[in-house]
Design a protein around this ligand. Sequence first.
Ligand SMILES: [Cu+2]
Length: 360
Amino acid sequence: MPLFGLAWPLGQAMLKGMKEGWRTPASAWSVAGILLLLVGLLAGNRPVACRAAEGGVPDISREPSDLPGPLPRRAPKLVKIELLARELEGRLTDGATFRYWTFNGKVPGPFLRVRVGDTVEVRFRNDPSSRMVHSVDLHAAWGYSGGAMLSQTLPGGERVFTFRALNAGLYLYHCGTPVIAQHIANGMYGLILVEPAGGLPKVDKEFYFMEGEIYTSGPFGAAGPQEPDLAKILERKPNYYVFNGSVGSLIRHPLQARVGQAVRIFFGNAGPNDSSNLHALGAIFERIYEDGSLATPPMENSCSIFVPAGGAGFIEFVPRVPGSYPLVDHFFVKQERGLGGSLVVEGPLDPSIIHEGKAR
Ligand SMILES: [Cu+2]
């Protein structure tokens, strides 16, 4: 069985690590926990017995303006974060649903915002209705697989761990439960920003969205409830590419700004397999923070940002011309598989920047 074939070596590696001494009472996965995790993995591939009605399925996509604002200037402090693993049927596209695995019921999970030096207490719960073990691996945390070793949680359970945010930057977080690629593909990802001591430069508008792949039992466009398809994940053959978890989410809820406003977009690529080449047709990104790094000066003036699978980055620019800017991955075939969004800019047009016809 291919699934067990993957899970078994992972379990063995964990047991080996425990024997070699990195185990502490607070950090170890118990042998019983690993066995339950494997049971959960196997159970997770069974057909779903109970489905939500097609008409009443929730929209799991987070709106791109749904993120907390900049932190006030302050000294490092204790910050408490709550994450809830929830599995739920959601709208994938018109006429099709998908059984998502989420943080807090939305894709991506909440935008987490802390300051460098903060102590971050993470309370991780797995909803009683879940059928899988879940966890969280925050790339902003040092050690213990970013907390994944401290947060493997059975349905109905709760774990708490605490880390100190040592390195400023923008980082991915994701479920760290094997088969990790499946937990990511099903929707368990988000971003955490560790602000530098002085914060980021002030802008007028901030947005947050992520690209991801979805692997469904039926082909692209198939109607009805769709099951996650692990075999297609392993073959790297996604049926869908999406922004914020579902087809058309950033068209129904576009990014909105005005001419002359300073805009910042926090962008992550969940993958789990493919890299991303974010581009907005007709826009030029004026500052590009590749790999989410705040330790080096941003690159200036580029039309796209490259984000590897599991990476994050952000861009800043001032829209100069009103209109609708399609948000795409310049690997354009993805647009034929569901990807797409829109930045809508309102305001006056300066025809000296662009106009139809001969130069005036
Ligand atoms: Cu998970």
